[in-house]
Design a protein around this ligand. Structure first.
Ligand code: OAD
Length: 278
């Protein structure tokens, strides 16, 4: 039996007994909703449910490379609301920072482009920004690079950013559908998931590949804890609710509450509250 109990208590007992040193975290937009940033797919509030004014052929087109090249306007209008800068990290972000401080975080894989991991102090070395970042941009013609301040200026002036050298369209280095994920994602993925001794997944629908399938990579001996508002991951072969389950724990609820509960049970609750106050 890998976990003594298929619950948060079982995970805590496992972390202590092993003891875990190589926790991998995998997150999505759900860890930032408490900061005021909408996720993508939650009914009603998700970005994909609120794009009517753009007259897109389908919601995801706004993040598709081929569509963007022809019609960059919807993306850039939306981008003015998504630009990093005005939001504070949530308790979930600081929980991941706490895992790093306790020396048990191997790597944090995020799909988010809101920069809140960096603001929470998670070090570059621990971080994989799988869907890229707004902090750099490139010209789609001559590849000239632009910084965040330049991009922000264009967006705030309601201009579609064009290259000052060749006048081609400029696109931030966030990963659109139709683009490869950053090299670092693939470089770290193989060894990280061999070493991983606990996987914690939070706030993602696990609908987007190749990110979602990272959850298939840990060994069969590695427990997987999912903290999410709703059950997700039909594509991932989780064992929740199956009689053969000896390693997967589903904790349904708000991820900030889940993180505080886990920290409390580990005896790190006050440390988390202190980090949040910094
Ligand atoms: P989604 O919007 O698809 O999923 C967010 C998940 O988090 C949902 O299952 C929510 O129920 C859950 N959730 C929301 N708030 C929560 C909270 N406070 N506590 C716990 N769970 C919460 O967002 P992602 O999975 O991040 O990619 O979406 C993946 C990718 O799809 C994004 O990176 C983006 C998008 O297209 C690109 O644009 C390339």
């Amino acid at each position: 039996q890998i976990l003594s109990d298929l619950s948060m208590d079982g995970i805590v007992a496992y972390i202590r007994k092993k003891p875990c040193r190589n926790i991998v975290t995998m997150v999505g937009a759900g860890i930032s909703t408490a900061a005021g940033i909408p996720d993508f797919r939650s009914p009603g509030t998700g970005i994909y449910h609120n794009l009517k004014k753009y007259n897109l052929p389908y919601p995801q087109a706004i993040f598709e490379l081929a569509y963007f090249k022809e019609h960059p306007e919807p993306f850039y209008e939306l981008a003015s609301d998504l630009l990093p800068g005005e939001y504070r990290p949530t308790k979930s972000h600081f929980f991941i920072k706490l895992l790093e401080e306790k020396g048990v975080l191997l790597r944090h894989y995020t799909q988010n482009i809101d920069n809140l991991e960096r603001l929470a102090g998670i070090s570059e070395e621990k971080l994989i920004e799988a869907h890229g970042t707004f902090y750099k941009s490139h010209c789609l013609g001559c590849q000239n690079q632009y910084g965040f301040e330049w991009l922000k200026r264009q967006i705030n002036r309601k201009r579609i950013p064009h290259c000052i050298h060749c006048n081609a369209l400029v696109k931030p280095d966030i990963i659109f559908f139709g683009e490869n994920l950053p090299r670092r994602f693939y470089q770290k993925m193989y060894s990280d998931f061999v070493e991983c001794d606990l996987l914690i997944i939070m706030g993602s629908s696990l609908e987007v590949e190749p990110f979602a399938s990272l959850a298939l990579r840990p060994s069969k001996m590695c427990p997987r804890l999912m903290i999410n508002l709703v059950p997700v991951g039909d594509n991932i072969e989780f064992l929740f609710g199956k009689s053969a389950n000896d390693r997967d724990v589903l904790w349904i609820g708000d991820c900030d509450a889940g993180c505080q509960l886990l920290a409390d049970k580990l005896g790190w609750g006050d440390d988390l509250i202190k980090l949040l106050a910094t």
